[in-house]
Design a binder for this molecule. Structure first.
Ligand SMILES: Cc1cc2nc3c(=O)[nH]c(=O)nc-3n(C[C@H](O)[C@H](O)[C@H](O)COP(=O)(O)O)c2cc1C
Length: 367
């Protein structure tokens, strides 16, 4: 393991956001919030990560105000008196420990299974009612419903700002609602919300604009996106840098401050003839700061985590080198931080002998 990790511990500042270092806890759904309310145990869980030296915490996905936004009653919500009181407490605890925190704003769209979700009598919603390419199980969203959902994201951001959060992240990745618009495999619309890359991006663009209009010019907006989908791990929104630029430019123009580029392994090049990963390309094409993520500090990728798989540790030398070169600005850490709240301080202090393997059992508790 490397001893020169200075680049990870340089402060970061962009518009309304200042962070003490470059480490961001990646959003991880935990389902420890009964009735959608994050209680004291959730606050303690995030506080321990801030105490352990993590500069920015991005919370687990937290659902906007729509009855079919969630797929479980234990996923926290980001609307309503009780959930927002819970979040205020989470924010207070994280700030007291010297960290910054943003909620991940989420609507699961067609990924919801009505039979196990709250309001089982209601159908799931998506741009074309497709649960996966070719499999239609609901009616497409109407234009009026789409406008309501955009408003729902904006109201969640307003509530988040009131609760003291340091910005918001829009979950535009992994085949959930926003990504169901992005991806032609789940978006077969022929109106202004589907078809061309620009039309498929319009839902996110309008969400970003609505959040910006409802908050203020400096309120940080992060957009998380991914090429891969839970419906198809090999799917890609853009197969060339030109197409990626076509995808990203309207989102950057709409007001995204930071792009969070979700990949399984940060060391994999995104396109041929260049070492740049997805975060590297996104920064190069938009000029905006980016977050990389995917197997930081670990050797096995996270798809195994849902099957309870363990993962050995991995050195971060190549990560630090890329950060030093300016390929990306921040580093998202998922399972390593789920396993060990002190991960960031241990990396800073070169406590190699204390670094823990990721254990599949870590998902069972909120330790
Ligand atoms: C248990 C678990 C829950 C996750 N939940 C979310 C989520 O709510 N939102 C999201 O965007 N990604 C989610 N992810 C993906 C992580 O944010 C991250 O991108 C992924 O774990 C790769 O990082 P890692 O290799 O450091 O774990 C989850 C991952 C895990 C392991």
């Amino acid at each position: 393991m490397t001893n020169n990790v200075d680049a990870l511990f340089k402060p970061f500042s962009y518009k309304g956001l200042t962070l003490k270092n470059r480490i961001a806890m990646a959003p991880m759904t935990r389902e420890f919030s009964p009735d959608g309310i994050p209680a004291e145990d959730v606050a303690g869980y995030y506080r321990r990560r801030a105490e352990g030296g993590t500069g920015l915490i991005i919370t687990e996905g937290t659902t906007i105000n729509d009855p079919v936004a969630t797929m479980s009653g234990k996923i926290p919500e980001i609307h309503g008196v009780k959930p927002m009181a819970g979040w205020e407490n989470v924010v207070k605890e994280v700030h007291a420990a010297g960290g910054k925190i943003m909620p991940q704003l989420w609507h699961v769209g067609m990924a919801r299974n009505p039979s196990t979700a709250p309001f089982p009598e209601l159908p799931s919603v998506g741009p074309s009612g497709l649960i996966q390419p070719g499999k239609k199980v609901a009616e497409p969203l109407t234009a009026a419903q789409i406008e309501n959902l955009i408003e729902g994201f904006a109201l969640a951001a307003v509530d988040a700002k009131k609760a003291g959060f340091d910005g918001v992240e829009i979950h535009g990745a992994h085949g959930y609602l926003v990504d169901q618009f992005f991806w032609a495999g789940t978006n077969e619309r022929t109106d202004e919300w589907g078809g061309s890359m620009a039309n498929r991006g319009r839902f996110a663009v309008e969400i970003i604009k609505a959040i910006r209009a409802a908050t203020d010019p400096d309120f940080p907006i992060v957009l998380r996106y991914s090429q891969w989908k839970q419906q198809d791990y090999a799917a890609r929104l853009a197969t060339t840098p030109q197409l990626l630029e076509e995808f990203l430019a309207p989102l950057a123009d709409a007001g995204v401050d930071i792009f969070h580029c979700s990949t399984r392994r940060y060391w994999e090049p995104e396109f041929e003839n260049s070492d740049l990963n997805l975060a590297g390309w996104t920064k190069k094409l938009t000029g905006k700061p980016t977050i990389t993520v995917g197997s930081v500090g670990l050797n096995g990728d996270f798809f195994g985590a849902f099957a309870g798989k363990n993962s050995p540790t991995r050195a971060v030398d190549d990560l630090v080198e890329r950060l030093e070169k300016g390929e990306f600005d921040l580093v998202g850490v998922g399972r390593a931080l789920l396993q060990d709240p002190e991960w960031s301080n241990k990396i800073r202090d070169s406590r190699h002998e204390d670094m823990q393997e990721y254990s599949g059992d870590a998902l069972a508790t909120l330790s």
